[in-house]
Design a protein around this ligand. Structure first.
Ligand SMILES: Cc1cc2nc3c(=O)[nH]c(=O)nc-3n(C[C@H](O)[C@H](O)[C@H](O)COP(=O)(O)OP(=O)(O)OC[C@H]3O[C@@H](n4cnc5c(N)ncnc54)[C@H](O)[C@@H]3O)c2cc1C
Length: 347
């Protein structure tokens, strides 16, 4: 019989990241489908608060590895915590959220435990055998696979399950001792690639994409990067949209040209960029070429603003194309949004 272990770490505020709650839904469903016992394994500086919020899931055991060292993301200590929790639980299948910490530490820990590990899992089903679904080649090919090797570690991508929500109870925790390795790495701070405000908002309802057209010569024969910056940041502030960029635009910023300085490679959408998931998308000054639009496959409703009535978006890639100057359109949109936000604020 399978024995399921759910593994997660707490965030700095003691809560579980959203992807961890989504993974818990998958772990619970798998345990129910297999009629298998479910063990929860948490690690962090303090885990009781987080354990209380998920205790109602109906686990047979709740294991915890706690240490001030687990407050920080560090391969050596994260892998040691995973290893200790697994040795205590003796699982056959381990479900793990693909946070950056666990995506880094899990493969090494799985190797120490003689296990197999698969990443980017989006679905799990239990029939005669447990099968998992994952993407290959940047979400171009979807594959289904199964393994006989145990323990089998599965790193689940975010956005594929609803987050677990349950009654908060007082969890009965079993503390698992961890032999910490010599610690050489100390996290002294965080340097984020974006200089100013946070522009990537995975939970936003809208993806706003800026293309290289924002930095090109306009009708007056001049470039207007300062206007572009103000219009784009103004729209993000008003709408709380998430910012994406075309490859052409993010590469200009990387080369330190006087362009949109808040745009980094992390914003790039497309074949060699990200494939974000938002209900709606608005593309501006971007031509809509296939290597870019392939990153829009999970955007349900697509609109584009382009001066060129013959751009890629107009060829069946967008639901609506506004053939217009994006500088003018966004100036008007920002004014309307500011008016609307001001009206809401006075209510
Ligand atoms: C192997 C490979 C991988 C690639 N991967 C990616 C990827 O991951 N992501 C990606 O984005 N690209 C990728 N590309 C590049 C892609 O093919 C395009 O070159 C790129 O997307 C073009 O960016 P753009 O549309 O912003 O710029 P441009 O092609 O320069 O288009 C600018 C657009 O702005 C419009 N415009 C200008 N001024 C205005 C205005 N005032 N108002 C409205 N519209 C205006 C123009 O009409 C034009 O359509 C890849 C290419 C290759 C070969």
């Amino acid at each position: 019989m399978e024995n399921i272990l759910y593994l997660a770490h707490t965030d700095s505020d003691g809560s579980l990241p959203r992807v961890a709650l989504e993974t818990l839904t998958a772990a619970r469903d798998l345990a129910v489908a297999l009629g298998a016992p479910l063990t929860l394994g948490l690690f962090g500086a303090e885990v009781q608060t987080a354990a209380n919020t998920i205790a109602s899931v109906g686990a047979t055991r709740i294991l915890a590895a706690t240490s001030p060292e687990f407050a920080q993301s560090r391969y050596a200590t994260d892998a040691a915590a995973v290893e200790a929790l697994c040795r205590a639980a003796q699982p056959t299948i381990v479900l793990v959220p693909a946070t950056s910490r666990l995506a880094r530490a899990l493969p090494g820990a799985a190797h120490r435990l003689n296990g197999s590990v698969d990443t980017h899992i989006t679905a799990i089903s239990a029939g005669d055998s447990v099968t998992v679904t994952r993407w290959f080649y940047r979400q171009r090919i979807e594959g289904t696979l199964t393994r006989t090797a145990r323990p089998w570690f599965l790193l689940l991508d975010s956005g594929s399950r609803p987050a677990y929500q349950g009654e908060t109870l007082t969890a009965k925790i079993e503390e698992v001792p961890v032999t910490l390795p010599p610690v050489r790495t100390t996290v002294t701070g965080t340097r984020a690639p974006q200089s100013g405000q946070q522009t990537i908002r995975p939970d936003s309802k809208l993806l706003f994409v800026a293309g290289a057209g924002w930095t090109k010569k306009q009708a007056d024969g001049q470039t207007h990067p300062a206007d572009a910056e103000q219009l784009i940041l103004g729209f993000l502030a008003n709408s709380k949209a998430s910012l994406g960029g075309s490859k052409s635009l993010v590469e200009q910023s990387g080369e330190n040209q006087a362009t949109l300085r808040f745009m980094t490679h992390l914003n790039q959408v497309g074949q060699t960029g990200a494939t974000p998931r938002h209900p709606k998308g608005l593309s501006t000054c971007c031509h809509g070429e296939e290597p870019h639009v392939v990153g829009w496959r999970f955007i349900n409703e697509r609109r584009a603003v382009n001066l060129d009535a013959n751009c890629g978006w107009a060829r069946g890639k967008a639901d609506v194309v506004y053939v217009a100057d994006a500088f003018e359109v966004m100036r008007k949109v920002n004014a309307l949004l500011a008016e609307k936000n001001a009206a809401v604020a006075t209510q």
